[in-house]
Design a protein around this ligand. Structure first.
Ligand code: TXA
Ligand code: MG
Length: 340
């Protein structure tokens, strides 16, 4: 991270002394943004009511949107849940195959879990992240960490420490820099407590991966605006602060190619348009992402934050692909934009 004394939030790096500082802040009930392999999380002591309250305040998060608890060990996670035999079998299979990693498991909670964590639901969401820094911190603590994405509510999730500071500088105690997140979009969330396991949020672990692991059919939960099953899956989310964001089909590209509008496009469509239509206007701004879902996901939020440098302008995002691997990406793009 570059030195810039104007930041109000303490910036820490990946060394034993700074990791120790991060742990001390967390033990005292403070908030530290930590890197995970999906996105940066805003960590606070998951057993401390005041720390949880601070998380909601810093993010300006609505009280009915529950938090994920993060731990370093499946047995510790199991201790927090009250699972019947069927759910327990599902838990073991999923934890063995996907943890540490980008999967969040939702099950019935033990009664003592703070209701501020679960927003009064009777279920609890749990994840063991794979990032070495997050794991180092978790292993040094004797409590789990509540960690929503480390951004102001409704803005894109952060995939670097500078993204965190863009929306939370001065609102949290520290950010621990761990470079760029390797996955780049949030974890897949699966509810194992329902009769048929159901996906509450799409992520880079696919429904097929999960069905293969559990050897049973899986449903995708449909969210209703009034009472979403995963309250954070509300329709407007991940929106960069620009004048307007539109999701368009590539057939509409001709209409805006020679305009000054900002454009987020995948490489295939970009090279095709370049050869057909020539370069875009000098005043336009174009970000080109990969045709591969994993690379596209990794760089998506960085691209969205980049466009925020031009808050008065309109952003068009070209639907990158209808391939199954792009489903979790399309989910984010759809909610960041208005479809035209
Ligand atoms: O990859 C991730 O999951 C990141 C990293 C930091 O771990 N965390 C993250 O947290 O994305 P957040 O708070 O931004 O999103 C958590 C989502 C929200 O949509 C919330 O509604 C849902 O998880 N959630 C939490 N607890 C739940 C529960 N008990 N039942 C259903 N949905 C739940
Ligand atoms: Mg979030």
């Amino acid at each position: 991270m570059t030195d810039n004394l104007s930041y109000k939030t303490l910036r820490l790096n990946d060394n034993p002394s700074d990791i120790n500082k991060a742990c001390l802040i967390l033990k005292k009930g403070g908030l530290v943004a930590l890197p995970t392999e999906t996105v940066y999380g805003l960590a606070g002591n998951g057993f401390n009511k005041d720390a949880i309250k601070k998380i909601y305040q810093a993010k300006n998060r609505v009280a009915h949107n529950p938090l994920i608890l993060h731990s370093d060990c499946p047995d510790k996670c199991l201790d927090l849940l009250e699972l019947n035999d069927i759910s327990k079998k599902r838990f073991y299979k999923l934890a063995k195959q996907f943890w540490p990693g980008p999967l969040t498991i939702v099950g019935h909670k033990k009664p003592y879990i703070l209701r501020e964590i679960t927003a009064n639901l009777d279920t609890l969401a749990l994840r063991i992240p794979a990032h070495p820094i997050a794991l180092k911190v978790l292993k040094s603590l004797d409590f789990p960490l509540a960690m929503p994405s480390a951004n102001l509510s409704l803005r894109p999730s952060p995939t670097s420490s500078s993204h965190v500071l863009k929306t939370l500088d001065g609102l949290i105690d520290a950010v621990l820099d761990g470079g760029l997140c390797t996955i780049g979009i949030e974890s897949t969330i699966i509810n194992i407590a329902s009769e048929t396991p159901s996906i509450l949020r799409l992520g880079m672990i696919s429904i097929e991966d999960i069905a293969q692991c559990l050897h049973e059919s899986i449903t995708i939960a449909h969210h209703h605006e009034q009472k979403p099953l995963s309250p954070g899956a509300m329709s407007i989310h991940y929106r960069p602060l620009v004048n307007a964001v539109y999701l368009i089909d590539k057939t509409m590209l001709e209409n805006i190619w020679h305009s000054d509008a900002m454009l987020l496009i995948n490489n295939n469509d970009f090279t095709h348009m370049l050869s057909e239509q020539g370069p875009r206007s000098d005043l336009s701004l174009t970000q080109v992402l990969s045709d591969h879902a994993a690379d596209y996901a990794k760089n998506l939020y960085d691209a969205l934050y980049h466009f925020e440098s031009y808050p008065d302008r309109i952003l068009y995002i070209v639907n990158p692909s209808d391939r199954p691997s792009f489903k979790p990406i399309l989910d984010r793009l759809t909610r960041a934009s208005i479809k035209i």
